[in-house]
Design a protein around this ligand. Structure first.
Ligand code: GLU
Length: 484
């Protein structure tokens, strides 16, 4: 394979979305897999909708996902600048070449004239530009300019051509030029259109493979036409299928969060999202669905990218995230959880070393219950609460069993009579209480758990007792006995 140079070319008109992140990931993986170069180019020619804020959001999200780029904005490179608004002179120069060679012409139609034309054509079921300005003479141009009209530049589409895209994902796709219509390459304000800027950039940046979303497939014949009239090498194309919601409608806000930052805020781990995004349209060809970024770099190929749409399955993302949360070291888990605990008002940072160790033990004890870190507050709530709230009818019912006062009192005695609680100590104490009172295990564990946590479900009880500490355990048991 000739040297691989691929790009992620977002329009900074909003935050980085799931679809964009997947395009970035596939490009990044492709570059890493083949020892190529990954470029980030900012396509900010839509002056009204583009902003630096969106650009920063997109770049921050890429960084967070662990997708570094070799060339582009922020890092520079030999093919820069990498922001389209800083390349306007280049587009103008290439547009002039097309004008001189007759591949493009000046179009003086106003927005209103074009809208009226479109409306009239729509009635006939057509939509393309009729080519009214195609054959203007120099005098026509001078007259129109004297009227104060500013020309746009249109590309002259050769009528009877068929353009075939040999797409690396979709296979052969053909387009009739007759359906395309002469399209604008430079607007009257001197700003290039997407299709033109992208071609000039992909050529001058020596892009070898264009990997992008399927919605750009219909733009591809226009871009190929431009590559051809310039006599430039056409890059390879790979159009990655749409992302649908579970209801098979195109993924939108209706299906849940679409921006990467929203997942970050909820406490999804970058490795979970990367794993999830990789499986949106690509498959490793084996059952195993847990794949690290390192492994993906070794395995990724366009051959395994599916033609059919990918389905966004939030349950799967939650499952993957739960897996990666369980893999995180106790320190990482604690530091990831801290902002949520702080926001919930459970603590304020910086913590003393002892408090930090306590938080680490707490978060570690509930990790199995989390599918994202925002859920941590709910699960560790009982550790922090001054008073336990009995949750649900079941816990109340359990605490009304006749043997409960004796069980709780006996355990309280044991804990009070001993030192700091250890896991084996807690286990032993619970067992002995049952034995001493002639009460079965469940009749001990369930009320003790309800008394300590307010719920009959939750993390390992021995663990809970250790993390809660002797003093609090005694206090909670006493309170529960009093309330019965
Ligand atoms: N700027 C385009 C977008 O954000 C990218 C198009 C391309 O990759 O060619 O959709």
């Amino acid at each position: 394979m000739p040297s691989v140079r691929v790009r992620f070319a977002p329009s900074p008109t909003g935050p980085l979305h799931i679809g964009g992140a997947r395009s970035a990931l596939f490009n990044w993986l492709f570059a890493r897999r083949y020892g190529g170069t990954f470029i980030v180019r900012i396509e900010d020619t839509d002056l009204e909708r583009s902003s630096r804020r969106s650009e920063e959001n997109i770049l921050a999200a890429l960084n967070w996902l662990g997708l570094d780029w070799d060339e582009g904005v922020q890092v520079g490179g030999a093919y820069g600048p990498y922001r389209q608004t800083e390349r306007l002179g280049l587009y103008r120069r290439y547009a002039d070449i097309l004008l001189q060679k007759g591949y493009a012409y000046r179009c003086y139609c106003t927005g209103e004239e074009l809208a009226a034309e479109r409306e009239a054509l729509l009635e006939k079921g057509e939509v393309r530009y009729t080519g009214r300005c195609r054959n203007l003479t120099a005098q026509d141009c001078a007259r129109l300019e004297a009227e104060g009209r500013k020309p746009a530049i249109r590309f002259r589409v050769p009528e009877d051509n068929v353009i075939t895209v040999n797409d690396l994902v979709r296979g052969k796709v053909s387009f009739e030029c007759a359906g395309i219509g002469d399209f604008i390459i430079m607007k009257s304000d001197g700003i290039p259109t997407y299709n033109f800027a992208v071609v000039v950039d992909d050529h001058t940046m020596e892009i070898s493979h264009v990997i992008r979303a399927e919605e750009h497939l219909s733009n591809t014949p226009r871009q190929i036409l431009l590559f051809k009239v310039f006599g430039w090498k056409v890059p390879e194309f790979a159009h990655v299928s749409l992302i649908l919601g579970k209801d098979r409608a195109k993924m939108s806000k209706r299906h849940g969060a679409t921006a990467i930052e929203q997942y970050r805020e909820k406490g999804y781990l970058p490795e979970a999202l990367v794993n999830f995004l990789a499986l949106l349209g690509w498959s490793p060809g084996v059952e195993e669905e847990i794949i690290s970024l390192e492994e993906l770099q070794r395995q990724f190929s366009l051959e395994r990218v599916a033609k059919s749409p990918a389905v966004f399955d939030l349950d799967k993302l939650n499952w993957l995230n739960g897996y990666y949360i369980r893999q995180a070291s106790p320190d990482r888990l604690a530091s990831l959880a801290l902002p949520y605990l702080e926001k919930a008002g459970y603590l304020s940072t910086p913590l003393t070393p002892e408090k930090y160790e306590a938080v680490k033990a707490m978060t570690d004890s509930v990790r199995n219950y989390l599918s994202c870190l925002a859920e941590v507050t709910e699960h560790v709530k009982f550790y922090f609460a001054d008073q336990i709230e009995i949750e649900g009818a079941e816990a109340g019912e359990v605490l009304s069993w006749p043997e409960v006062p004796a069980v709780l009192s006996a355990l309280k005695e044991k804990v009070a009579g001993g030192g700091e609680i250890t896991e084996t100590g807690a286990k032993k104490a619970l067992k002995e209480v049952g034995k001493d009172l002639g009460v079965k295990g469940k009749k001990v564990f369930m009320p003790v758990r309800a008394a300590l946590t307010g719920s009959v479900h939750g993390p390992d009880l021995n663990r809970v007792m250790v993390v809660m500490g002797r003093e609090k355990v005694i206090k909670r048991l006493a309170e529960a006995i009093k309330n019965i």
